[in-house]
Design a protein around this ligand. Structure first.
Ligand code: SAM
Length: 407
């Protein structure tokens, strides 16, 4: 693979964000983009690989596949891995880590496959040099990705290193924040135009409002990261620091300084403190306001905008309380957010019914292992509202303050 030539890469993502990622790739200049399940394949050169790692908001990692073969059992996997000349990728003094993803009935334990592949690689070095490279799960020289789909095994180098959702702006002692890739995906899916207001009235540690601020100001998703896997490569596509500096500087030059209204609200004073710390760490405290308040008392700024909420799903709440919380969200949308597109992400389908509004869109997404719905409620202002008011019965106050269609 030559650095100036285009080669195939695979960007991994969260289920439901494939189209969003494909759009990001298209805008960044990728070629031959194809959507798959939780992944998008594309082509580009080495500089594009650097750019993809730095700029993509909805990619978890960027893989560079370089070998593919049929496997029948563990021994055939070991033999095929041993046929690869690993000295093209690393030296005996280097370190490695292997991640395996299985989508096959032939094998059941991904960790065992990683072990087997590691044995094949270290045995090859031992035979050649009487020495073996060691494993480093944290910051290896090369991170190898093995994907077995039915009987086809694809071996790739992971150019990202740590997952790209680790943006590098967050304090590590956080509660249970939403994954940054998912948060960015929600903002992009919401269709926010980056000029109107953006509000998350249950912002927790602030991930969604931080990602919105990064998007609005063109701050590259990986701007705060100090480490990418490809920076340790020295045999296969050796790291070109000059090229990286060029790509980094060019992305940084596109950062803008718009003054949007981006607000996070949060009920818990302690969590609010955490959100305030996080917006400082992400250097967006001049763009994002954090308020300690109950959503029902949220003072909505004038104008139109988008609301995105990742509320509690109710695992640790009694049913009545969760139903009440979701009803409050719907009521608050109706009373305060006319002119807004309001979105809720939740895995609790029963609780969502208490919002009491008809969604105009439903998108399936995964938050970790949880299948969720991302529901859109359009809270109309103006003509549509008048139209609705004309049709209402005397005494029916449902649409009084603007609002989407009530159920
Ligand atoms: C699932 S967490 C949000 C996590 C957040 N997306 C993050 O990345 O950290 C839901 C948050 O809603 C807050 N919350 C619950 N009820 C609320 C209410 N009535 N008004 C405002 N915030 C509320 C909780 O304290 C919690 O921090």
């Amino acid at each position: 693979m030559e650095k100036e030539k285009d080669f195939k890469m695979i960007a991994k993502t969260i289920f439901g964000l494939e189209e969003t990622l494909a759009t990001e790739l298209l805008r960044l200049g990728a070629k031959n983009i194809e959507e798959h399940n939780r992944a998008v394949s594309f082509e580009g050169d080495m500089g594009f690989m650097y750019k993809a790692n730095l700029c993509l908001r909805t990619a978890l990692r960027i893989l560079v596949p370089f070998e593919s073969f049929v496997v029948t059992d563990e021994q055939s996997l070991y033999d095929s891995i041993q046929k690869i000349n690993w000295s093209d990728y690393m030296d005996v003094a280097d370190t490695l880590a292997i991640d395996t993803v299985l989508n096959s009935e032939l094998f059941t334990h991904s960790q065992y496959i990683s072990q087997k592949a590691k044995d094949a690689i270290v045995d090859q070095f031992r035979l050649k040099f009487n020495e073996r490279p060691s494993v480093d799960l944290d910051k290896p020289t090369i991170r190898i990705n093995i994907h077995i789909y039915n009987d086809t095994c694809t071996v790739a180098l992971d150019s990202s290193g740590e997952s790209l959702h680790k943006r590098g702006y967050r304090d590590k002692t956080n509660l249970a924040p939403i994954n940054e890739v998912l948060a960015a995906g929600l903002v992009l899916l919401s269709g926010w135009d980056k000029r109107t207001n953006f509000i998350d009235p249950m912002c927790g540690s602030g991930t969604i409002v931080i990602e919105a601020a990064l998007i609005a100001n063109n701050i590259p998703a990986g701007y705060f990261r100090e480490d990418f896997g490809f920076q340790r490569w020295h045999k296969f596509m050796p790291f070109n620091e000059e090229l990286w500096d060029l790509i980094f500087d060019s992305a940084v030059n596109k950062i803008t300084d718009h003054q949007q209204t981006i607000i996070g609200g949060e009920l818990s004073p302690n969590v609010t403190k955490k959100a305030k710390e996080n917006i400082k760490l992400a250097k967006v405290d001049d763009v994002v306001q954090i308020r300690n308040c109950d959503m029902k008392d949220f003072e909505v700024p004038p104008g139109r905008g988008v609301v995105v909420i990742n509320p509690p799903y109710g695992e640790r709440m009694v049913k009545d309380n969760i139903d009440e919380l979701y009803k409050m969200m719907g009521d608050t949308f109706k009373q305060k957010f006319s002119g807004y597109d309001c979105w809720i992400l939740s895995s609790n389908i029963d609780a969502l019914k208490n919002v009491g509004l008809r969604p105009s869109r439903k998108i399936t997404l995964y938050n970790g292992q949880l299948e969720c719905k991302f529901m859109k409620y359009e809270m109309y202002q103006g003509t549509k509202k008048i139209h609705k008011l004309e049709g209402r019965e005397p005494g029916d106050r449902r649409q009084e303050n603007g609002g989407g269609e009530s159920l």
